[in-house]
Write a protein that binds this ligand. Structure first.
Ligand SMILES: [Zn+2]
Length: 416
């Protein structure tokens, strides 16, 4: 049994305990509360973290770990489709090994940042083996791209074949990821939601990320036309004349709790559709900034009680795979958002989106022990959230399902 103690314990964002302790037994939390309330028994291995906070492990609700090696090798010039072309070209000559090391590095960076769950997108299935080997919790989304009306069925067939080889374990679940409305046909979107309902798996998509995307769907014009023509993908596609979320709603697929990635440009009417479908939105703050967008409507979503989780997206549009860094960024830029709500977005909201809220996201007896410890800087802290979101705070310890996955200062001498 492992007993973790520290100056602060947050069992959830709204419950701060001074001098707190968490007891872990067999992968589960068996106690979380004031340190004085627990008997010190010899069977406990005790780690005292001092000036720090024990918090629920962070949930990265959107990332592409296989792009980790593209860090700083892509330049954004204001044209999203040009960025897409650069990614395609950069990966063109990658061998299997390059993908695998990129994914492995992504997993390591995630754990070092206190992330205990990743929702990862894979194009070629190579992430499966690497993620399965790792003790990080994962939802693996298989990305489908097919803009041809007539081949939706065979694309779904390939997907089903692919996921048939997945051996399930308690840390892994599967999702289907139709890439985006500019690369996925109406027929394929329809089959994806059916398959998600039939197999009981997660469904997510990139949506309303750029003004180009909105223009392409509304008018059939703009930068996406030449991008798709270059790859011979436009074929028989007819633009729907609708905004992205309107489009999903209009073709009858926006139902049953989607995970909608980005939602950067959303009309009032579309917000209504999102709410009615009980979907979650994933906001990727620093990727949003990378693409020169300004003023994401996430506050509006939060006020309407829509679930908003956080994602880092990939290192092709970000500087780290750290959800903590995303939260620090919001803390610094949005003084009007309560810090508790920021931590909620980085923990429980992700668990809600990934249908894991009864297992992770809180430190309570009976929950899986997915925990991270944030070390505070020595000075200048006014309150616990100042400590967690301070520029100089750092993740020092990460536990997933009771296993110590990162231990910066080698405190767990006896392993676990
Ligand atoms: Zn993405």
């Amino acid at each position: 049994m492992l007993l973790l103690r520290s100056k602060y314990l947050l069992t959830d964002p709204y419950n701060v305990i001074n001098n707190g302790a968490v007891l872990i037994d067999n992968g589960k939390i068996t106690f979380a509360g004031p340190s004085d309330d627990i008997d010190r028994q010899e069977s406990h291995q005790i780690i005292d973290f001092g000036n720090s906070a024990i918090v629920p492990g962070f949930v990265n609700t959107h990332t592409h770990l296989e792009l980790t090696h593209l860090h700083k090798s892509i330049n954004y010039n204001g044209d999203f489709t040009d960025w897409v072309r650069q990614i395609i070209n950069a990966k063109k000559n990658w061998a299997e090994d390059e993908y695998k090391t990129s994914i492995r590095e992504g997993i390591t960076r995630s754990l070092e940042a206190g992330t205990t769950t990743v929702a990862d997108i894979t194009r070629n299935g190579l992430a499966l083996d690497e993620l399965k080997k790792s003790r990080i919790r994962k939802v693996l989304f298989y990305e489908l791209i097919d803009f041809n009306t007539y081949s939706a069925e065979s694309t779904i067939g390939n997907f089903k074949e692919e996921i048939n080889r997945v051996k399930h374990d308690s840390l892994l679940s599967i999702g289907i990821f139709p890439h985006a409305p500019y690369t996925v046909s109406k027929e394929l979107y329809k089959r994806c939601i059916q398959v998600s309902e039939e197999l009981g798996i997660h469904i997510a998509t990139h949506i309303s990320e750029t003004k180009d995307e909105v223009e392409f769907l509304k008018k059939g014009t703009g930068n996406f036309v030449s991008l798709l023509n270059d790859y011979d993908m436009l074929n028989n596609w007819k633009y729907p004349g609708l905004r992205p979320i309107e489009y999903l709603s209009n073709i009858g697929v926006l139902r049953n709790s989607w995970i909608l990635i980005h939602c950067n440009y959303i009309s009032e009417e579309e917000i209504d559709y999102i709410k009615k479908s009980n979907s979650s939105i994933v906001f990727c703050p620093r990727s949003y900034k990378y693409f020169w967008h300004n003023k994401h409507p996430f506050l509006k979503f939060l006020n309407l009680k829509i679930n908003v989780a956080l994602g880092t997206d990939s290192l092709a549009s970000n500087d780290s795979l750290s959800v903590l860094d995303e939260m620090k960024y919001i803390y610094e830029k949005h003084k009007d958002v309560r810090p508790q709500d920021i931590l909620y977005m980085g923990t429980i909201a992700g668990a809600v989106a990934l249908r894991l809220k009864d297992k992770i996201g809180r430190l309570e007896s009976g929950f899986d022990a997915d925990i991270t410890v944030i070390k505070f800087p020595e000075e200048g802290i006014n309150n616990v959230f100042d400590g967690i979101f301070s520029h100089d705070s750092e993740c020092m310890f990460t536990v997933v399902s009771g296993s110590v996955c990162y231990d910066k200062y080698k405190l767990a001498l006896f392993g676990h």
